[in-house]
Design a protein around this ligand. Structure first.
Ligand SMILES: NC(=O)C1=CN([C@@H]2O[C@H](COP(=O)(O)OP(=O)(O)OC[C@H]3O[C@@H](n4cnc5c(N)ncnc54)[C@H](O)[C@@H]3O)[C@@H](O)[C@H]2O)C=CC1
Ligand SMILES: O=C(O)C(=O)COP(=O)(O)O
Length: 558
């Protein structure tokens, strides 16, 4: 039968509505488009809490997504916390601080979108732990930020703002404003990413082929500091870049070095900058960004040698239109399961999005769940082997899927702020010390098709995919013949090998009220056999009291 497999990871809005039957609902509930309990696709909703260009709202609405924009709500934290739980998506710029308490209160949230570049105002760790995708619009405001950097450098070299101020005050003072040319000066660019690259080579008239001849000489910072007349920083604010330009650095630079920060407040130590401006080590600063926005005090902004702008790097009509449309289109693509462009914390999910990989992801989760139930004792090192050419590149997402299934089976619930999904799995596994070691063999497996085996603590489970469904090939060396589907509510039983096993277990379960729909028994391993019992409805609790009669029994829901 040639049917299309349901999308396990990124359920489309339409599928979510049509296929929200219990099983599929379960499948999608941890992913981006959550079980929406009968809500229509049109009621998927996005909240916009910052000033984003109106095209963002238009594009989302054109695609059937409900949008609420309120740029004041963030100012009232209590109200924000109370409201945010209604929404599937949140779109911000830099003003909204998306803290862990907001993320944890946002119980329906699947994506946080940043209409811009920097995500330092979003607690990405908290989002990841809750399985919430964080995405930005890389590149949408690069040129504007680069142009603003150049503008600040030009203003610094000619003290333009102060000159403007004298004219506005009705003064004609030419002597006070002797500038210096930028030509011939050395610029140190810290961070050669999108904006850094644009900054050195930016000229709307000169083509790239010519500007390439200018070249950028790479050098260690220690060598760079004494050589430069200007420094511009274009890195993210991360522990390694916090206070990168410090008292020590000002001491190593030429006296009077000028600095520009259009990246993030705090990359230049603000206190050190004030001292350097006062003692002449720094000749001037062009600042667009600050440790606190708005600043708690205006000492720096009001310093005569500082040219301050209120975080305007991305504030151009062009950049704002671009980032607004880009984030909206990225949301629509993500919600339709098409792509996760711009996502910064969803590598495994991204790698597993193709229709071919999705059944294998479900198999990985399923095998992880089985192993988590039968083979623990504190061991945390999962060994995953893929067989067959078609699974050559599957090790990455399969290992995350196995870890996910394994962690779910171990979870006691109640771990606040945690949701087990393909987004959160790598981070949570790392925290719990759950390793996944992958290996691959091109050779066909024993089942002479693609196959995955997962081992832990001396136990091995192996499975493959049949159509769209995960199937179990063997447990602990005991083969299921034919292989059994891992679907729905089941009880997995291990018992002493006996020709009566099937009848014995079925009889005991029936006596205890289980509604069985089928059962398979494996071959023998070390004197035991495994049985998989399918149930019409999940057991009310436990495994219908058959533990005493068998070696072990687990209730599993796939
Ligand atoms: N003022 C504004 O309105 C705007 C500010 N920005 C900010 O500008 C900064 C740069 O943005 P993009 O160029 O788009 O980012 P990007 O990610 O393309 O580039 C950042 C670069 O910094 C480098 N880097 C990281 N750590 C470093 C370190 N310790 N030393 C030197 N380099 C390091 C990275 O390798 C990367 O090449 C970000 O902080 C962003 O938030 C971006 C847009 C507008
Ligand atoms: O994109 C960035 O990183 C920026 O800093 C731009 O911030 P904004 O969107 O103007 O609040």
């Amino acid at each position: 039968m040639n049917r299309e497999c349901p999308k396990a990871r990124l359920h489309t809005i339409k599928e979510n509505q049509e296929e929200i039957g219990e099983e599929k609902g379960k499948m999608v509930e941890d992913h981006m488009i959550k079980r929406n309990g009968g809500r229509t696709p049109a009621t998927l909703s996005v909240f916009i809490s910052d000033e984003v260009d109106p095209r963002c709202v238009e594009v989302l609405k054109e695609n059937g997504i409900e949008v609420v924009k309120d740029t004041k709500l963030r100012l009232d934290k209590e109200k924000f916390l109370a409201e945010i739980g209604k929404y599937d998506g949140l779109i911000v710029r830099s003003a909204t601080k998306v803290t862990a308490d907001i993320i944890n209160a946002a119980t329906n949230l699947k994506i946080i979108g940043r209409a811009g570049t920097g995500v330092d105002n979003i607690d990405c760790d908290a989002a990841t732990r809750r399985g919430v995708i964080v995405m930005n619009t890389p590149g949408g405001n690069t040129l504007s930020a680069a142009e603003h950097t150049c503008a600040l450098m030009c203003c610094l070299s000619r003290d333009i703002p102060n000159a403007v101020a004298t004219m506005r005050a009705g003064k004609w003072d030419r002597k006070a404003f002797m500038g210096s040319e930028l030509n011939g000066k050395t610029l140190g660019i810290i961070g050669l990413g999108r904006i850094g690259k644009e900054t050195i080579g930016f000229d709307p008239i000169i083509p790239g082929s010519v500007s390439a001849e200018f070249g950028v000489e790479w050098m260690d910072l220690e060598k760079l500091w004494p050589l430069v007349d200007y420094i511009t920083v274009h890195t993210p604010l991360i522990p390694q870049t916090k206070n990168l330009i410090s008292d020590k650095v000002f001491g190593l630079c030429k006296k009077g070095v000028r600095v520009v920060n259009c990246a993030r407040g705090g990359i230049i130590d603000e206190e050190a900058l004030l001292r350097a401006l006062d003692n002449g080590n720094c000749g001037g600063a062009g600042l667009d960004v600050y440790v606190n926005e708005p600043p708690e005090d205006y000492k720096l902004a009001q310093h005569p040698k500082v040219i301050p702008t209120p975080h305007l790097g991305a504030s151009t009509v062009e950049a704002q239109t671009r980032v607004a449309v880009e984030i909206a289109e990225q949301f629509v693509d993500a919600m339709n399961g098409k792509s996760l462009f711009g996502a910064i914390n969803a590598q495994a999910l991204q790698n597993s999005m193709s229709p071919e990989s999705q059944p294998w992801v479900r198999l990985g989760e399923t095998l992880g769940t089985v192993l988590g139930n039968i083979g623990t004792s504190g061991q945390k090192s999962l060994k995953i082997t893929t067989y067959g050419d078609s699974l050559k590149k599957a090790g990455g997402y399969l290992s995350t899927a196995v870890q996910l299934g394994f962690m779910r089976s171990q979870s006691q619930g109640g771990d606040e702020g945690v949701r087990h999904t393909l987004v959160s799995a790598p981070t949570l596994a790392k925290q719990l010390g759950i390793q996944a070691i992958t290996s691959h063999s091109d050779a066909a497996s024993a089942s002479s098709g693609p196959e995955v085996t997962v081992s832990l603590d001396g136990f091995t489970v192996s499975g493959t995919v049949s159509g769209c469904d995960p199937v179990l090939l063997s447990i602990d060396g005991a083969p299921f013949s034919p292989p059994v589907q891992l679907k729905g509510s089941t009880i997995l039983v291990k018992a002493k090998s006996s020709p009566q096993l099937l009848a014995d277990i079925a009889g005991k379960l029936a006596k205890n009220g289980a509604q069985m729909t089928g059962m398979s028994v494996s071959g023998e391993t070390k004197g035991s056999q495994w049985g998989l019992v399918y149930l019409a409805v999940p057991p009310p609790s436990g495994v219908f009291g058959i533990q005493e009669a068998v070696q072990s029994a687990f209730s599993l829901r796939f």
